[in-house]
Design a protein around this ligand. Structure first.
Ligand SMILES: [Zn+2]
Length: 467
């Protein structure tokens, strides 16, 4: 790959320890790393020059939680208007058994593609539905798509093993046995996991929630992950009902249960963590646990807002996640909404826009454990984005461009996304795949997928449920 020289970026917001911002500055990228940052850099022979005039350079964003396969159900009337979580699950359990590798592959091109276009260079996704079909290589289908797009990927091998016959909530046709899951952990670890600092792919392990996984699976997962140096992820306390359910099922609150299973530490991160009390936050901080906050999804489902600013002060590592069909799938919208919601929730101590950008970049990299990413510094991985500020969105913003990017952008599509020294988004378009063809294929698959589920279950998913 040729060296890249970004010339005359109007502003480079490095997100380093001192939050250094540099005006009219160049960035030289050699191979997968940042070689030099400063004014007037000379291009090495054969280097590709990228014009930075009018653009702000930022470290790439990191998405810490998502379910990309949910693109096909996100506008189903029964899904958009669900009555409660049980109704939401009822629809999903009716259609999920029809998932196959092609659906997963295309949804990953869509989900990762949109995240790359909205500034993400590293993405984690939690895929946990392994229906009773012959080809269960669904994480492999996600990985294939990530490779084609050129986005750094941290897929979570999700799992559900507690079915209805064992007192769980998931039907048997979308669950697996603990043994099947553990074997697939091993297979994915052996085939794909690369722990090197600038790896393009690391595997994480993620029973979906403690309510759909046996206690044995939770224990074996964290044991397996620690033995092989993998991260572990699960959902925690998205709704207040979860603590009640946890007390009923396990005799203790959700976080206490995870702690009792040793699901705590710097190698563990939780999605949501909204309904945790002060003492639980203090313990999460002491263990240095990570949290993927998903403010858009949480607000839309009326579940609340994780107190991430307080969590950070107490040592919890925090990133953002665009989270499946409840969110927009757009990282800039996520941090913009986060800014508004945290101002609303904390009128006495409103966050700064730069805090949101830092959580979205460096915060996310720390949650997932990628120390070579998250800031623009010499020697770090060349994962960065350029946002063109010469748009109506930012007209008149000549005093604090970094804040303007969070507060005023209506066009969330970045100009350029560079991952590992490669340009994967250029002038707002994915460089390696045909976006129009992906959209067409996703629409076709979506219709066929829901029709197939409808035929099998006899449910018309276009009907809005009665309240
Ligand atoms: Zn989720």
């Amino acid at each position: 790959m040729p060296d890249l020289l970004i010339k005359n970026a109007s502003l480079v917001a490095t997100m380093d320890e001192n939050s250094t911002e540099l005006c009219d500055c160049d960035i030289l990228i050699q191979g997968p790393t940042i070689k030099e940052i400063g004014p007037g850099l000379a291009p090495p022979p054969g280097a590709r020059i990228i014009d930075g005039v009018g653009k702000v350079a930022l470290p790439g964003f990191v998405n810490t939680h998502h379910h990309m396969s949910q693109i096909y159900t996100r506008d189903l009337p029964r899904m958009v208007n669900f009555v409660d979580i049980l109704d939401w699950l009822d629809v999903n359990f009716g259609v999920w058994h029809e998932l196959d590798p092609e659906l997963v592959y295309i949804s990953t091109l869509v989900g990762l593609g949109l995240l790359a276009k909205t500034g993400c260079t590293l993405v984690s996704d939690l895929f946990y539905i392994f229906p009773d079909i012959t080809d269960k290589k669904l994480i492999d289908a996600e990985i294939q798509a990530a490779k084609e797009l050129g986005v750094r990927f941290h897929p979570c091998r999700g799992a559900m093993s507690l079915d209805q016959s064992q007192g769980g909530i998931a039907p048997r046709n979308v669950t697996e046995t603990d043994e099947e899951i553990l074997l697939d952990y091993e297979r994915l670890f052996n085939n794909y996991h690369d722990p090197s600092p600038l790896s393009m792919l690391r595997i994480a392990l993620a029973p979906c929630t403690p309510f759909v996984a046996t206690t044995n699976l939770m224990r074996e997962t964290i044991k397996f992950a620690r033995k092989r140096g993998l991260r572990s992820h699960t959902h925690l306390a998205e709704s207040p009902l979860e603590n009640d359910l946890s007390i009923k099922m396990f005799g203790m609150r959700s976080f206490d249960y995870l702690e009792s299973l040793e699901w705590v530490g710097p190698d563990v991160w939780y999605a949501h963590a909204i309904h945790v009390n002060e003492d639980e936050i203090r313990r999460m901080g002491e263990y240095s646990c990570g949290v993927a906050s998903c403010p858009v999804c949480n607000a839309r489902s009326g579940q609340g807002l994780a107190p991430i600013l307080d969590m950070q002060r107490k040592g919890v590592r925090v990133g953002f996640g665009v989270d499946g069909e409840g969110g927009y799938g757009d990282m800039i919208a996520e941090l913009q909404t986060a800014m508004v919601l945290h101002c609303y929730a904390n009128p006495e101590a409103m966050p700064k826009a730069a805090d949101m950008l830092r959580i979205a970049s460096q915060g996310g990299a720390q949650v997932l454990g990628w120390d070579a990413l998250g800031s623009l510094e010499v020697g770090k991985g060349a994962d960065l984005i350029l946002i063109d500020t010469r748009q109506l969105d930012y007209a008149g913003c000549t005093h604090d461009l970094v804040t303007s990017l969070v507060l005023f952008g209506a066009n969330h599509i970045v100009d350029t996304t560079i991952v590992n020294g490669d340009v994967v988004v250029e002038k707002g378009r994915l460089t390696r795949v045909d976006e129009d063809a992906i959209v067409e294929r996703a629409n076709k698959l979506s219709k066929a997928y829901i029709a197939r589920a409808s035929r099998k279950t006899g449910v018309d998913y276009s009907q809005i449920p009665l309240r």
